[in-house]
Design a binder for this molecule. Structure first.
Ligand code: S3P
Length: 445
């Protein structure tokens, strides 16, 4: 499995054009593995991202007794089969850099008799776990964590769970999904209410596995999702093939809009709650062609094409920010190359991602000569700017490393990026795709 990337690279300015088939969607890959492990006959899985985060979920499920057989395919994706059932983990579950693995697995083990310890790398061990510990405790699981109960390692004593109704203070698919997965093993229905809709992949995939959930979105944006317990049943599906990752496609779409050349990302997950980057580019005056390509495992598929455009300016907040949360780093470059700049509000969640993504993004932008105003819940990037040469440190954050690479492509001189190996978290083949589209990178270490 290709889960590594070089640690230090120099990327050069240039033109890019053509088609790109980015890796499978990270969120969908985790869920395909997790839900398949609830099945007691093999489920064929395909299109999975060959990434570090997905490998962490696969390894954790194996430690819990699932049979996970995956092999690399010609297109770079992973395919194979997964079957449960899951039991008490034989060892500590190391989730590496993956917040999604840790949070979703916590929901799974909460309903399994036994003790589980979940941990990860230094970045993951600095991220909050209270957000899942509080609702899972309310369902009857016993949880404790380091740093006064706030950060991993997280210890879960799982067992009997009571169906509950939880009001989440944030619109987070990780929180929602952890609770829904625990709810599968509870003794009654479990409801999660969130202030705004978040990506509904768990809900769609549960339906694909024959266990539909009820989901309603009210006029004020409140999202209410209810799952019934599985009881004696198991989840079942013959096959789950996951769509490609819009968050990975976002790097190329922003590069295209800002003048690198016309690029099409093929076979991307076109779930409306994942196309915030498309909505944001449209607000900036970019025409994005979305060509329907059918659907896979309950998720719509599309090809996305962007050509160089004269960008205007925009202010993003509310639902659009939830939908574009992971793409906000690279969208800052679209702001810089626009006429009037880009303002982002309501994005305080960025501070608890793989890094404090507002602070680390601001440092990266400044390192290539761009002006940026850091705000508690977002940023403002003035327009009319072009990145220059510089040296950027990724601080263990894959999306910062790839944002720096796109800054280099669009800039006036080479950018050296330290900690580039972090891209393996979601997109180990990023440099191959850059070369395929006509870009130039040197590997330094
Ligand atoms: C994810 C949900 C998002 C996103 C993360 C993946 C998921 O996090 O940022 O990259 O797969 O559920 P939150 O739900 O915590 O905002």
């Amino acid at each position: 499995m290709t889960t590594t990337a070089p640690d230090r690279v120099r990327i050069h300015p240039g033109q890019l054009h053509g088609e790109v088939a980015v890796p499978g969607d990270k969120s969908l890959s985790h869920r395909a593995l997790l839900l398949s492990a609830f099945a007691d006959r093999p489920v064929r899985v395909g299109g999975l991202a060959p990434s570090g985060d997905v490998a962490a979920t696969a390894a954790a499920l194996t430690t819990m007794g699932a049979q996970v057989d995956l092999a690399p395919q010609a297109d770079g994706s992973l395919a194979g089969s997964v079957r449960g059932p899951l039991g008490e983990a034989r060892d500590v579950l190391d989730c590496g850099n993956s917040g999604t693995s840790l949070r979703l697995l916590a929901g799974v083990v909460a309903g399994i008799d036994g003790l589980t310890v979940l941990t990860g790398d230094a970045s993951l061990r600095s991220r909050p776990v209270d957000r899942i510990a509080v609702p899972l405790r309310a369902m009857g699981a016993r949880l404790d964590a380091a740093a006064g109960g706030h950060r991993p390692p997280l210890v879960v004593r799982g067992g009997h769970l009571t169906g509950t109704s939880y009001l989440s203070p944030v619109a987070s698919a990780q929180i929602k999904s952890a609770i829904l997965l625990a709810g599968l093993r509870a003794d009654g229905p479990t409801t999660v209410t969130s202030p705004l809709p978040s990506r509904d992949h768990t809900e769609r995939m549960l339906a694909h596995f024959g266990h539909p959930v009820q989901r309603e979105v009210y006029r004020d944006g409140t999202e209410v999702v209810t799952v019934d317990p599985l009881g004696d049943r198991t989840l079942a599906a013959d096959e789950v093939v996951v769509a490609r990752d819009p968050s990975s496609a976002a790097f190329w779409l922003v590069a295209a809009a800002c003048g690198a050349g016309t690029i099409t990302a093929t076979g991307v997950c076109a779930n409306p709650l994942r196309l915030g980057v498309v909505a944001a580019l449209r607000r900036l005056g970019v025409e994005v062609a979305v060509t329907d390509q059918g659907e896979t495992a309950g998720e719509p598929l599309a090809d996305l094409t962007v050509a160089p455009t004269a960008l205007t300016g925009a202010s993003l907040q509310g639902q659009l920010v939830v939908d574009a949360l992971d793409e906000l780093p690279v969208l800052a470059l679209a702001g810089a190359c626009s006429a009037d700049g880009l303002e982002v509000h309501d994005a305080a969640e960025l501070r608890v991602k793989e890094s404090d993504r507002i602070a680390v993004l601001a440092a990266a932008l400044r390192a290539v000569g761009l002006e940026v105003e850091e705000r508690p819940d977002g940023y403002r990037v003035p327009g009319g700017q072009r990145p220059g040469p510089g040296t950027v440190e990724a601080h263990g954050d894959h999306r910062i490393a790839m944002t720096a690479a796109i800054a280099a492509v669009l800039g006036t001189g080479p950018v050296e990026i330290g900690g580039f190996g972090a891209v393996a978290t979601s997109y180990p083949s990023f440099l191959d795709d850059l070369a395929r589209l006509g870009g130039r990178a040197e590997v330094l270490a």
